[in-house]
Ligand binder design. Structure first.
Ligand code: PLP
Length: 366
């Protein structure tokens, strides 16, 4: 697995500058472009073109090593990838236990348009059986269960059966896992999470080396109007400049905390792919460069879980993850099929010993 060169990424803009141009990316907040006569390849209109997105997409393409298109949210990117690849009569397969809004999109909208939707548990994808599916949607590690799939094996089995694969890589980012290098056709991601990293924007992207798919995704964006705002694009670009240091800190701290949490008496169960005994450990070692910043702990009861989340001074009780501030939530509150005491925890950029002291004190007090 080749890692993207994040040093080169930081200088992508600088190395193309002319004398006197700003080093930081300018924010172009305009719906109109000065356009006398024939457009001749110039920017035409704000729904079609924006120099701030264009540079952001250049940076994302460097990270993904593939052409990228940005969207106003992760769900905007997932919708674009699915609407660009299915038609009436298509059959899609999705995980039964991945991010629940992707399932809602399939159940509430795609199925009304004559797309047939089949669901399977994440861990059942490794058993094959992809014949007859046009699109196989994958999420590995899954949110919130952190189960993993054998991406290279699934990619080749789906291709042999005549379908395409779309993988949601939100939880790992392109620094932690590179699904396109494992044969996956399309990557989708919520950049609202670690990519932006500061919990101050929503965005998403689609990446693929398949030119025809990217043409359809671009057409979808232009025609549906699901475009990112220039200010969000600017913020995401700024966030990406520190992704490497944030991701490194978050994953290292998650490993330390997972090992200590595993030994705490208040913790009934723990999932973290970096723990040797974790069911995802072998796949994570084979497929990811880091074990990620998400972990889950199961406490004795809903009350204890709520008390831990709401009293720990270094944990924000919040949905979403991947920000500089550590955060946690009980996923059963959204109807995920998990224990009432199951807490998804996103490790942020706080110094790890400070975090551990806060976690330990809050768990000891339960
Ligand atoms: N995919 C995963 C794995 C997610 O966790 C989320 C959001 O939590 C999304 C997609 C959707 O992203 P957004 O909220 O940016 O639309």
């Amino acid at each position: 697995m080749t890692n993207p060169k994040t040093g080169e990424m930081l200088h992508l803009r600088g190395n193309a500058l002319s004398k006197g141009e700003p080093v930081a990316l300018p924010l172009t907040q305009s719906s109109m472009y000065h356009l006398p006569g024939a457009p001749d390849g110039h920017p035409t209109y704000g729904r079609v073109d924006n120099p701030t997105w264009v540079h952001l997409e250049h940076v994302l393409a460097h990270l993904e090593n593939a052409p990228c298109l940005t969207f106003p949210s992760g769900m905007g990117a997932i919708s674009a990838a699915l609407f660009a690849t299915v038609k009436a009569g298509s059959r899609i397969l999705t995980p039964a236990d991945g991010y629940y809004v992707t399932r809602l999109l399939a159940d509430r909208f795609l199925s009304n348009l004559g797309v047939s939707v089949t669901k399977r548990p994440t861990t059942a994808f490794d058993h094959g059986g992809f014949e007859g599916f046009d699109v196989v949607f994958l999420e590995s590690p899954s949110n919130p269960g952190l189960d993993m799939m054998d991406l290279p094996a699934i990619a080749s089995a789906v291709r042999a059966a005549g379908g395409i694969t779309i993988a949601d890589n939100t939880t790992m980012t392109p620094l932690g896992q590179r699904p396109l290098d494992m044969g996956i056709d399309v990557v989708v991601a919520s950049d609202t999470k670690a990519m932006g990293g500061h919990s101050d924007l929503l965005m998403g992207h689609v990446a693929s080396r398949d030119e025809k798919i990217m043409e359809r995704v671009e057409e979808w964006r232009r025609v549906s109007g699901a475009i990112p705002g220039p200010h969000e694009a600017w913020l995401l670009h700024r966030g990406l400049e520190t992704l490497d240091v944030r991701f490194d800190r978050m994953c290292s701290s998650a490993q330390v905390l997972a090992e200590r949490l595993a030994d705490h008496l208040a913790v009934k169960a723990i999932r973290y792919p970096g723990l040797r005994g974790d069911p995802s450990h072998a796949l994570a070692k084979a497929q990811t460069t880091r074990f990620g910043f998400l972990l889950s702990v199961t406490l004795d009861s809903e009350e204890k879980a709520e008390s831990f989340i709401n009293t720990c001074p270094l944990l924000r009780p919040a949905t979403s993850f991947g920000g500089v501030h550590s955060s946690a939530e009980r996923r059963a509150r959204w109807g995920d099929d998990v224990d009432p005491g199951f807490v998804r925890l996103s490790v942020g950029c706080e110094p790890v010993e400070e975090l551990w002291q806060a976690f330990e004190a809050s768990l000891d007090a339960l």
